[in-house]
Ligand binder design. Structure first.
Ligand code: C2E
Ligand code: MG
Ligand code: MG
Length: 645
């Protein structure tokens, strides 16, 4: 008998170890870990009952019959419960997102129906003998209806399989792998059980299922930040979704340290780590009932279920107050600023999907835009801004895949030749309502999400195509704007040259505009790239000079063919550049200095006639402005250029 129940005993040991591990403070997993603890407890009881009942069946002649009936019916009933709780856990993993709330509920009901029948039949079996019975010799038998246990198991597997098929596109791969692994193990063990009926393996099935769930989702190390011991971003999202799915009220507060790079630079990385640990410890101590996560390097996020307004205010005050003082860690002493964002569920956002969008948006805004030591509250303006950005992210991604952009060209006037000699290619994208979105709005987002590289290649290809279909067009070149990420591309130059070759376009027809932001990051790398480009005959322009640091050193030391003076330098000049002697002198000196080193100067954005007149007097080489022409479609550009002659 001992060998028969050995697998069950081992399974019970395995479950006990997991229970021990899970009984430690598991706040980071929040609701799901509570659910998993229920799975473990039910599994433990079930296996325990199975061992006892096996013993009782062996020695049934020595045991009172009522006791045998009781333990066996409890065992079968607990088996039904275990199937339900484990399947519910899997369902909550599969239909994580709140958009699947309805299907999640239907799936649970579908699992509950056969399992409840099994449960009721099991408990009533001492009277009905529908699942099992003992004959007059106290011999144990299973009835035909015992098959309901297999039917319930199949049903659970089916519900999980259907779920995976429905949400396969948005499902993590590890959930699919896990479910396949569980199914394979169950089938394999059922197979073994069929051929060696004396060995009891149901507990092994249950223990392995729990174990797989444990190592995949409940193991602390998967969800813990090792530096601070707090939950990580993944754990935060899991808890957030669980709470939203449970329709619980909660608040999310984001705390980001600002300018932390200075701490690392000044005191070194290890001291920076100590600082983060200290901050985490402080934040952790602010509220006993909070769930705190390390969202990113120096960003923390609280999840505060059912916190009263006064406690919440107290928490924010405590945090703000602490960060208004110095931090002292070892020999290190410094002040650090923070930015905070706050979201209340369901007052600010009332569904799980928008919640994640809002959380991410608020975090981003509080980092990038808010003054230091302030908190972002989700007012309508912020909400609109976050939704707009998300709309643009979707638009950009879609447009990048479908090449749903268009190009327009703004002619550039040459003051010496008195004609339009070139143009700048400017990208255009429309939103869902067909309204044009300004590139100043969507290009920074495209840079953030990495789509800018594809956009750049689209522009290069279109410009080459333009020259190949309009061989006789009377302009010397077209300039395009490239972002920093392009210059990090390993085969940038070869690919540009290949594209020019493909359309049989001379390299001198293409000019690349780059801003100081691009150069700043790695000036030496840029010098190498620009020299190689120049060797291939492709010229580079410095764009928007006058908006950044306006570092003359960059222009002098890098091989620019042209510098474009930004409209802010000239355009907002009280509409009268002649009256401002200082500015006039500065611009004139700039123009002459650039020309002295062989770099031509283009003035951007001079809209008024008197400004155009003045800037020409100051000796600028070219002008690109609305005064001459707004950006034009390809056909309008051709007409515009042809009409000039
Ligand atoms: P930019 O490269 O400095 O382009 C010139 C911008 O100034 C264009 O705005 C143009 O329409 C505008 N402009 C020209 N003359 C005048 C004028 O007289 N008055 C005023 N007020 N504005 C004038 P646009 O097309 O909205 O582009 C804005 C920025 O978006 C561009 O500034 C460039 O930085 C970026 N951008 C545009 N297309 C691309 C692209 O294909 N790739 C990348 N990476 N950035 C692009
Ligand atoms: Mg430009
Ligand atoms: Mg510009």
């Amino acid at each position: 008998m001992l060998t028969n129940i050995l697998p069950e005993v081992l399974s019970m040991v395995m479950i006990s170890i997991m229970m021990l591990h899970s009984s430690k403070k598991q706040e980071i997993f929040a609701p799901r870990s509570r659910w998993f603890n229920i799975c473990l407890t039910c599994s433990f009881l079930n296996i325990f009952l199975n061992i006892i009942r096996t013993y009782l069946i062996y020695f049934s002649d020595k045991m009172p019959l009522w006791f045998n009936y009781l333990i066996n019916s409890l065992f079968f009933a607990s088996l039904a419960v275990v199937m339900v709780v484990l399947t519910f856990y899997l369902i909550s993993l599969i239909y994580k997102r709140s958009q699947w709330g309805f299907i999640r509920r239907i799936s649970r009901v579908a699992v509950l129906i056969p399992a409840s029948v099994f449960f009721v039949l099991s408990l009533s079996s001492p009277l009905t003998h529908l699942i099992f019975y003992f004959d007059e010799n106290k011999m144990y038998y299973q009835s035909k209806f015992a098959l309901i246990s297999v039917v319930s198991l199949m049903f659970c597997t089916l519900v999980v399989a259907v779920g995976i098929i429905i949400v396969r596109k948005s499902l993590d791969h590890n959930i699919i792998d896990l479910t396949i692994a569980i199914t394979v193990i169950i089938i394999a063990l059922l197979f073994v059980q069929y051929f060696i009926p004396d060995i009891i393996l149901s507990g092994t099935c249950i223990a392995y299922t729990n174990f797989l769930l444990f190592i995949s989702f409940q193991n602390k190390s998967v969800n813990v930040d090792h530096l601070t011991g707090l939950g990580n971003r993944e754990a935060f999202y899991n808890s957030l979704i669980c709470y939203a799915n449970m329709h619980k009220e909660f608040k999310v507060v984001f705390v980001g340290l600002r300018g932390f790079k200075n701490v690392n630079d000044k005191y070194g990385q290890p001291a920076g780590d100590d600082f983060i640990v200290k901050v985490a410890g402080f934040l952790r101590s602010t509220n006993n009932n909070c769930l705190l996560y390390r969202f990113n390097g120096v960003e923390f996020v609280y999840l505060l279920p059912q916190i009263s307004d006064s406690d919440f205010k107290g928490l924010l005050d405590k945090i703000t107050e602490r960060f208004s003082h110095h931090w002292k860690i070892g020999y290190m002493q410094c002040m650090i600023n923070i930015s905070m964002a706050e979201i209340s569920y369901p007052q600010d956002v009332n569904n799980g999907n928008d919640l994640i969008t809002m959380v991410e948006g608020a975090l981003r805004l509080s980092k990038s835009r808010m003054p230091q030591n302030t908190t972002i509250y989700l007012n309508q303006e912020i909400r609109n801004e976050i939704f707009r950005r998300n709309e643009l992210v979707d638009l950009i991604k879609q447009a990048t895949v479908c090449r749903n952009f268009s190009l327009c060209y703004q002619p550039v006037f040459d003051c010496n030749e008195n004609r339009f000699v070139s143009a700048e290619a400017l990208i255009r994208m429309s939103d869902a309502k067909g309204q044009l979105v300004s590139p100043s709005e969507f290009i920074p987002i495209a840079e953030e999400i990495g789509s800018i590289v594809n956009i750049g290649w689209y522009v290069i290809e279109e410009v080459c195509h333009f020259f190949s279909t309009n061989r006789n067009v009377n302009i010397n070149s077209i300039s395009i704007n490239l972002s920093q990420q392009h210059f990090m591309e390993p085969y940038l130059i070869n690919r540009i040259v290949d594209t020019l070759d493909k359309y049989n376009v001379e390299p001198s027809k293409l000019k690349l505009e780059l801003t100081e932001r691009v150069i700043e990051k790695d000036t030496e790398h840029m010098r190498i790239v620009m020299n190689l480009l120049n060797k291939k005959g492709i010229g580079c322009y410095m764009d928007d000079f006058g908006t950044g640091y306006s570092n003359l050193f960059h222009v002098i030391n890098l091989p620019f063919e042209c510098v474009k003076l930004d409209k802010s330098l000239i355009g907002d000049f009280n509409n009268n550049i002649t009256s401002d002697i200082g500015r006039r002198f500065l611009i004139e000196s700039l123009i002459h200095s650039f020309q002295f080193i062989g770099t031509k100067v283009i003035a951007e954005g001079v809209e008024q006639e008197n400004q155009v007149k003045t800037i020409r007097e100051l000796g600028v080489n070219m002008i690109q402005s609305f005064y001459f022409s707004k950006p034009l479609s390809e056909q309008n550009l051709l007409d515009f250029i042809n009409n000039e002659f």
